[in-house]
Design a binder for this molecule. Structure first.
Ligand code: TTP
Length: 407
C-alpha cells in the first residue's frame, strides 16, 4: 500500500501563521501536522508521495530529517490548481491496480484511524459529523455507500462531511479525473469522487462521530485542534520543577524544561522541551507552549498556543491566542479576548469578516513580532510577521507584516 499526502496548499486563510511556515508544518502539541500523519503511516505503507508546492523546500527538508521506515517521494504540483489536480499528480506513475491512501495534510483526528482504513476492503471515504456542515463538502450516502459530495451547500442536507482521508484504487481515480474547474476555479477532488459514484464505482463511507475530526483551515481551528489533542494527554513530568509549584490535572512537561517557584499550572497543558516557566506564572487549561519559549514573572497564559522561542518575560496576559515563533512580548502586553457585548469574536480571513464562533478569542501574532511595553491587542486581531508594535499601542485592526505600528 502507498500513500499520497496533499501538502501543496497556500494556506492563505491561516495567515500570518503560514507566512513563515507551510501549513503541513504547523504543529499540534508542538508536533507538525505532517509528522502526525507520517508516524501513523509507519508499518502501514511502503511508500509515501508528498505533493508539495508552497514552501515545498521546507516540507522536503523536514521529511528528509525524519527517520522513516518507508520510501518518500516528492511531486511538485506547480500552481495549486486544486485538490483534484494534486491527487492526480500524486498518483500518476503508480500501478492502476494498486490502492492508495489519500490524505489531506491539514486534517487531524486525535485517534489514529489509519490502520482501520488501510485494513478495510475496497474503496473507502472517511466522513465526519460536524456542527457546521455548510462550511464543508457535505456527503450524501445511501446504505453506507457514497453517492455525492455537495460543496458548501446553501442548505445543509446532513451533518456528514468529507473528511479528506480516503483509500482508493489508483485506476478508479485516473479513469474519473475528467473534471472542469469548480465555481471557485479549482479542480476539486470531490468532482472526481462524484464522477466515480455516477459511473458505478463503489466507495464505502467510513463514518467518524462528532468531535473526532477537524481540519485546520482558519486560525481558531488550530486552537480547537490542540484542544482535541490535549484531551488525550496524561500527566508526565520529565523536566524540573523547582520549589513550591502547584500543578493540577494532566500536565506534560518535556525534558530540559524548568518550572520556577510560585507557578500554578492547571491541566490539560502541554509544555514541550527546553521551556522556562515562572517564577510566579499561571498557565491555565488548554495551553500549549513549544520548545525554547520563556513565560516569565506574572505572565498568565490561557487556552493559547505559543510556538517556538517566544519570550513573554514579565507581566503579560495571553488568552485564546496564537503566538508564532520568535515573538517578543513587552511587559504589560495584553490580549483582550472578550467583547463587552459578549458576542462571538469576528476575524478577517482572506479579507472577509468571519465569525470564529468563539465568545473568547484573542490575537494571532505572526513570527518575529515585537510588542513594546503596555501594548493591548483587541479580540480577533492579527499581527503580520516581523512587525513592531510600538509601546503603549492599542491595536484594533489587523496589522500588516514587516511594518511598524505606532501608538
Ligand atoms: P485547502 O484548505 O482547500 O487549501 P489551502 O491549503 O491552499 O488553504 P487556503 O484556501 O487557506 O489557501 O486545501 C485542502 C488540502 O489540499 C490541504 O491539505 C492542502 C491541499 N492542497 C494541495 O495540495 N493542492 C492544491 O492545489 C490545493 C488547493 C490544496
Amino acid at each position: 500500500l502507498k500513500a499520497v499526502i496533499l501538502a501543496a496548499g497556500n494556506g492563505v486563510r491561516l495567515r500570518p501563521i503560514t507566512e513563515t511556515r507551510p501549513k503541513p508544518l504547523i504543529p499540534i502539541l508542538c508536533k507538525p501536522m505532517l509528522e502526525w500523519h507520517l508516524e501513523r503511516l509507519a508499518g502501514v505503507v511502503d511508500e509515501v508521495v508528498l505533493v508539495v508546492g508552497y514552501m515545498g523546500e521546507a516540507v522536503r527538508r523536514f521529511v528528509e530529517g525524519m527517520k522513516l521506515p518507508f520510501k518518500t517521494r516528492f511531486v511538485e504540483q506547480g500552481e495549486p490548481r486544486g485538490t483534484g489536480d494534486a491527487v492526480v499528480k500524486g498518483v500518476s506513475g503508480l500501478d492502476s491496480d494498486e490502492e492508495v491512501l489519500v490524505i489531506y495534510s491539514d486534517v487531524f483526528t486525535p485517534v489514529n484511524i489509519i490502520p482501520e482504513i488501510a485494513g478495510a476492503e475496497g474503496n473507502i471515504l472517511v466522513a465526519s459529523e460536524v456542527e457546521n456542515p455548510r462550511d464543508y463538502g457535505v456527503v450524501i450516502e445511501e446504505n453506507g455507500y457514497f453517492k455525492r459530495v455537495l460543496e458548501k451547500p446553501a442548505e445543509s442536507y446532513s451533518r456528514l462531511i468529507n473528511g479528506g482521508i480516503y483509500k482508493l484504487r489508483v485506476g478508479d481515480i485516473l479513469a474519473n479525473s475528467d473534471i472542469a474547474p469548480s465555481p471557485r476555479g479549482e479542480l476539486e477532488f470531490t468532482d472526481i469522487l462524484n464522477n466515480m459514484s455516477r459511473r458505478g464505482v463503489e466507495i464505502r463511507v467510513h463514518r467518524l462521530p462528532g468531535s473526532s475530526w477537524i481540519d485546520i483551515g482558519k486560525p481558531w481551528q488550530l486552537l480547537e485542534a490542540n484542544k482535541m489533542a490535549l484531551k488525550s494527554i496524561r500527566r508526565e513530568i520529565k523536566g524540573s520543577v523547582v520549589g513550591p509549584v502547584h500543578i493540577e490535572g494532566d500536565v506534560f512537561i518535556g525534558e530540559g524544561s524548568i518550572v520556577k517557584p510560585f507557578t500554578v499550572i492547571e491541566g490539560p497543558v502541554y509544555i514541550d522541551q527546553g521551556v522556562e516557566i515562572g517564577p510566579n506564572a499561571r498557565i491555565r487549561p488548554w495551553s500549549v507552549i513549544c520548545k525554547g519559549s520563556k513565560i516569565g514573572f506574572s505572565v498568565e497564559v490561557k487556552e493559547s498556543i505559543i510556538l517556538e522561542n517566544v519570550h513573554a518575560s514579565h507581566l503579560a496576559y495571553i488568552g485564546d491566542s496564537i503566538i508564532c515563533e520568535e515573538v517578543n512580548l513587552g511587559a504589560g502586553t495584553i490580549t483582550a479576548n472578550l467583547r463587552f457585548d459578549e458576542s462571538t469574536v469576528k476575524m478577517l480571513v482572506k479579507n472577509r469578516l468571519e465569525d470564529t464562533g468563539r465568545r473568547k478569542m484573542g490575537a494571532v501574532i505572526g513570527a518575529g513580532v515585537k510588542t513594546g511595553v503596555n501594548v493591548s491587542l483587541m479580540p480577533g486581531v492579527k499581527v503580520g510577521s516581523n512587525t513592531w508594535i510600538m509601546p503603549g499601542s492599542v491595536v484594533y485592526r489587523d496589522v500588516d507584516s514587516n511594518s511598524i505600528h505606532y501608538a
